[in-house]
Design a protein around this ligand. Structure first.
Ligand code: ADP
Ligand code: ZN
Length: 668
């Protein structure tokens, strides 16, 4: 994700005309300032001579005055008649003053009236005071505009700060509701295609259909077929989700909009929703095209869970707008939304509903072969020494994501350059790996060799026990490639059985405990890695005793409550004594299963070791490897095909709590 910024360098952003707008905005400042100065210099009644009340009284008595205006009840403006002009301004004509008064006098209303009346007592045609309401428009406007301008300026400042933080230029105020999506145009920029994506074969196969649709939409629409509007790419960071989405656009030769979920969320209410609207209207105008939303969990988190902070209304309304837009555009409008997340479990269920992100593609950390191919992709542009071996490097980098490997290649090139070498050697790569492991250790995705050994034996323990038990599910695949938080996993092909016998359940429990038992046998101590196994076994044992009536002591009693009301009552449906018996029986059941697992593994210790060594070496093993080590299973398993069709949903056991993986692989 980190290097998106670089690879998007050539983007023709949607704010291409921004600089012009900014200049326009500065003009507003200039005009306002000029206006302000202008009004001070030329405006108002400045420049008129002030007079005194005594002088005014004299003028009145002499009959020099044409009229008196009282402006706003506080300023008297005095206009002289011709006689007065001659007396006071002998060198000027009344035209020189234009419409301006000859004198002014600051006074109060009552005082002026009193004095004017007093001065003109007994005169035949006295001058009346004319009250005038006059607005100083310019002054008033300025007194309004100035604070407004200040606020606006302050806002622009803040916006610019925030904009810069997000890697954007300034002058955002007119664009705040616009989406910040970057448009990647296939004609102008260099294309990403499937050949840039190494590994991820299954994921590629799944997105192939989308490519096909974007290329020939008619073929699908003609038959009335519907293509998904939304596809969710789920997987840890750096595994190539963005890359995959970009390559879909590249293969189909359509425009590609890229945006991050967090770009929608701003501190202003309503901005997110309007950005979503803007994004979709932009996309529709470029259809067919692809919208890629990275980190969709930033907006797609389940609604209503956030009770503490009073619920994030802004995020919710953004999400609602997204859902509305996705419902709104027809299936055949040619806009396909790809979204990436590494937490599919926290997403709002409404997002996954049919017609939205109804398809999920898992993008996992690469296995040995995947890593080799990724090295291949990223070594293309490098000048390599003759001793560089991709296979070897792939073995040195368990738990690395595609992004980490890209980083290794780049780092190796930098190290070689620093050493003034002509080519990049194996040693440069090893040093680069060391450096990156150092950085990664905190991120916990890297496994030390001794941890890898424990995980391998643990998984081999599951595999061996299940292989040796008639009623356990047949094994499909075992891996020690970390997936998300899980350290390893074994996949089984579950029988499609409607009824499970006591024996089958018991055998499954043994196989589930096989991991821990193997650790006990080989290392003499056990680890915390079996939490998931233990949880699964405990639940199963409880179910056997309490629900299915499979325990001799408890007998044919089920404490299962299909009405679901029991959950809300604190009372148990059985007595204290029964509770004790249940506890005892559950422990007994689990303990005996564990002993059985130990027995099986001790008996097949040699095979277990071989299997574990093979796992350490290859990281993934399949049914064939088990057959090679242990020979065919003596039991024929009811004619079930072992070939992994795509829609076979294998069951997996995983080694860590808090797994983020889908319900459809039934991970307990
Ligand atoms: P994500 O979106 O899953 O976090 P990205 O797609 O941004 O990961 O991957 C980051 C970089 O890692 C890519 O640009 C690419 O260089 C490299 N990379 C990741 N996965 C692969 C892969 N399968 N093949 C080739 N390069 C990869
Ligand atoms: Zn396990």
């Amino acid at each position: 994700m980190a290097d998106n910024q670089n690879s998007f360098q050539n983007f023709k952003g949607n704010q291409g005309n921004k600089p012009k707008k900014r200049i326009g905005f500065y003009w507003v400042y200039v005009i306002l300032i000029a206006f302000f100065i202008g009004t001070i210099v030329f405006g108002g009644s400045s420049g008129v001579r002030e007079t005194t009340m005594t002088e005014l009284t004299k003028m009145l008595k002499d009959g020099d005055i044409e009229k008196i205006e009282l402006v706003n009840g506080k300023t008297a403006e005095i206009y002289l008649n011709d006689q007065g002009m001659k007396k006071y301004f002998p060198n000027e004509t009344s035209q020189a003053f234009g419409k301006k008064p000859n004198f002014m006098l600051n006074t109060t209303e009552s005082r002026l009236y009193a004095k004017v009346d007093e001065a003109q007592e007994g005169l035949s045609n006295p001058v009346e005071v004319i009250p005038v309401e006059r607005h100083n428009w310019t002054g008033e406007i300025i007194s309004w505009i100035l604070p407004l301008l200040l606020i606006l300026g302050f806002w622009v400042l803040i916006m610019r700060r925030m904009g810069n933080g997000a890697g954007m230029g300034g002058g955002q105020i007119f664009n705040i509701g616009k989406s910040k999506a970057q448009l990647y145009d296939q004609e102008k920029d260099n294309k990403t295609t499937f050949k840039d994506v190494a590994g991820l074969e299954e994921a590629k196969e799944e997105v192939m259909e989308i490519v096909d649709f974007l290329k020939n939409p008619n073929r699908y629409t003609r038959l009335g077929g519907k293509i998904p509007k939304g596809v969710l790419l789920v997987g840890p960071p750096g595994t190539g989700k963005t890359l995959l989405a970009k390559s879909v656009a590249g293969e189909a030769n359509v425009p590609f909009f890229s945006i991050s979920g967090s770009d929608f969320v701003e501190m202003f209410v309503g901005v997110g929703a309007s950005r979503v609207r803007d994004l979709f209207s932009q996309a529709k105008s470029k259809s067919p095209c692809i919208i890629f939303i990275d980190e969709i969990d930033a907006i797609g988190r389940a609604r209503g869970k956030n009770i503490v902070s009073g619920g994030n209304d802004e995020r919710e309304s953004t999400l609602n707008q997204l859902l509305t837009e996705m419902d709104g555009f027809g299936t055949n409008s040619g806009v396909i939304v790809l979204a990436a997340t590494n937490r599919a479990d926290i997403l709002d269920k409404a997002l996954m509903r049919a017609g939205r992100f109804d398809r999920q593609i898992y993008v996992e950390l690469p296995d040995l072969n995947g890593r080799r191919d990724i090295f291949g992709v990223h070594m293309r542009g490098l000048k390599l020494g003759s001793d560089v071996d991709k296979e070897f490097l792939a073995k040195q980098t368990p738990g690395f994501s595609g992004a980490d490997i890209a980083n290794v290649c780049n780092e190796a090139a930098l190290i070689a350059a620093r050493r003034n070498k002509e080519n990049i050697d194996k040693q440069d790569f090893l040093d680069a790996i060391d450096r990156i492991v150092g950085g990664l250790e905190k991120k916990n995705s890297v496994i030390t060799p001794s941890e890898k050994k424990v995980i391998a034996y643990h998984e081999a323990g599951h595999a061996t026990t299940s292989w040796m038990l008639e009623h356990a599910h047949p094994l499909v695949k075992v891996t020690i490639v970390p997936r998300g938080k899980a350290l390893g996993a074994a996949w089984y092909l579950p029988d499609e059985r409607q009824i499970t016998t006591k024996e089958q359940m018991y055998h499954e429990m043994i196989a589930t405990l096989g991991g821990r038992a193997a650790e006990q046998i080989i290392f003499g101590h056990i680890s915390t890695g079996a939490l998931n196994d233990l949880e699964k076994v405990s639940k199963q044992a409880h179910a056997m005793v309490m629900y299915y009536g499979l325990d001799e002591k408890i007998g044919n009693v089920s404490y299962y409550d299909s009405t679901g009301q029991q959950e809300y009552s604190f009372q148990k449906p059985f007595s204290e004594k029964t509770a004790e018996t249940i506890d005892a029986e559950v422990s007994k059941l689990i303990e005996s299963a564990y002993q059985e697992a130990l027995r099986i593994l001790n008996e097949h210790k040699e095979g277990l070791t071989k299997l574990a060594e093979k796992l350490i070496d290859k990281e993934v093993i399949f049914t064939d490897d088990l057959v090679n080590i242990f020979g065919e299973r003596p039991w024929k398993h009811e004619e079930r095909s072992f070939s992994r069709r795509k829609d076979d949903k294998p069951e997996a056991t995983q080694e860590q709590p808090g797994n983020q993986y889908p319900e459809n692989t039934t991970i307990a």
